[in-house]
Design a protein around this ligand. Sequence first.
Ligand code: ADP
Length: 629
Amino acid sequence: MTTQAAPREFAFQAEIQQVLHLLAHSLYQSKEIALRELISNASDALDKYRHVCLVEEPVKDPGDLSITLIPDPTANTLTIADNGIGMTEEELIAHLGTIAKSGSRDFLSSLQADAKKAVNLIGQFGVGFYSAFMLAHTVEVRSRSYQSDQAYRWTSDGSGKFTVEPIDGLDRGTQIVLHLKDDLKEFTFEHRLKSIVQTYSRFVPHPIRLNDVIINDVKPIWVEPKSQLSEEQYAGFFEHLTHQTGEKPIWHLHYSTDSPIQFHALLYCPASNPERLGFGRAEHGLNLCAKRILVQNDCRDLLPEYLRFLHGVVDSEDLPLNVSRETLQDNSVFQKIRRVLVRKILDRLSDLSKEQPAHFAEFTQQFGNSMKEGVGSDFENREKLAALWRFPSTRDDHAEPTSLDAYIERMKPDQQKIFFLAGSSLKSLARHPHLEIFRQRGTEVLLLPEPIDEWAVLHLAKYREHEFQSVDASNIDLPPKTEEAKETSSSSEADATGFGRVIEIFKRRLGEKVAEIRRSDRLIDSPCCLVSADGNFSPQLQKMMMLANKEFDMPKRIFEINPRAKLIKRLADLSANPSHEEFIGKVGEQLFLSSLLLEGMLLEPENLAQGIQAFMEEAAQGRSPIITG
Ligand code: ADP
């Protein structure tokens, strides 16, 4: 076919220009990763070609598939060639000019935050190809799709535009020609290329040739017996899967079984959770192989959503090679593998928690919330998941988070329920008045500072037959008095008549703002607290509902007053004189507002601020009944 058409010119999508800009300015980056990305793209193209040969009618033999590196020191170029699926003209324009994945766009919007880390992650976010511009001043991509007789050349100097034109004389596949920057001649040196491939592309599952010699190790490591593999090989394969260098996984799981279904799995838990860094949802999935051949490289259905942070490969002899995304869901072998895999992962985590507590603590810090998320969907494994939860508690100054099992071990002989208090930060939770009586009577309370914590315990409802009970509920059974704990304050209570008057004044003042005002038996020193009426969600969940729905009416709370608190005793005395009613009412209002404030539920802080100011003014002028009365 003759191809004399003039090159057509296109502009890169704005996000790609941003990537190019970043790459051009990250001078200290290791340039080798660019080669890793291009080899990995070539390997994907080979996998895709093999896959279409197997699934498209008529089925054909893909022949020998390989990647070839062609250095040319005279021209100062390096070509990475593959005989994979190739690209049509439209594909060249779309794939090498725009970004399709939504996760990649999230990544790009966070690029500025930590540019160095970002470059290391580049391959994971679907923009690896552009790292070619770290090595080359001009990149040429020659490609012929397996579906077409016509080849095309894509060319760009990375400055914002690229051109595409038809060319002759190319077999199926893609050649990336890097016109190397002047100071990067080393990328044409044979020993340099060999060492880069051995470091970064060792596990690429296709032969990589350099001068007709295969320079990588093509054997899949997941089918090898564990005893034959070194830590270093495991770590190397993790780097290969994640396109990251120098990062070590927190743990890995290598599992092989023959019955009832044959499969091998090698899974890794990364050291950090990219979702916590704001890099968007982890969308990578696992590599699924049938009889050692990759059939899907981002198989997300092999694990439940909550385990989406794991990287790895699963390979089964019992899966058909021509399995497609759509048919996988209904494939019973696939579903069985999934079930076994989840169980193995949770067992691995359980072992880790017992045998390597420090590693498990690291895991909990990064992925603990995923274990809580899991109870929402994985009914079968909910108790196993709950056994992996860790929460701070009132024990030992909440130094070490505790497991539910350890909490149950420490429960009082007559204690049935698992007590918890949810809030917005550990600091404010630890000082919450609700905990006073539990502390004094030596009953441990779990502290739940993350929004997902309370959702998770309420969803689970009980663990090993013990119900979860929020200590802010109105109908709670308080822990019984203990011999050792001397509850001295209970000996002196406010005078009953005075206390009754105080409650009446508070009621007149607060009116509709509260569901009820009543005497508190749960407080030791604090003057008051708010409790939730039966069947109501806790303040934290109410707040979440209010954020989600502006119309949501916050249910009224019960305001409990402590007759043993100094301030309340003093108010009871003052109430003997009717002229103090105004002052006592104001104090009631301030106490109510401060209780809301402590729970993070004070939506309009103006009234509290004004009230405090008024009190200070009166005190400064010596008019306060506390001073004069
Ligand atoms: P990713 O590979 O993560 O999708 P890249 O920026 O590296 O992101 O590549 C973009 C796209 O360009 C690929 O998804 C693929 O469709 C196409 N592509 C890149 N290199 C090749 C190649 N050697 N052969 C065929 N297609 C390729």
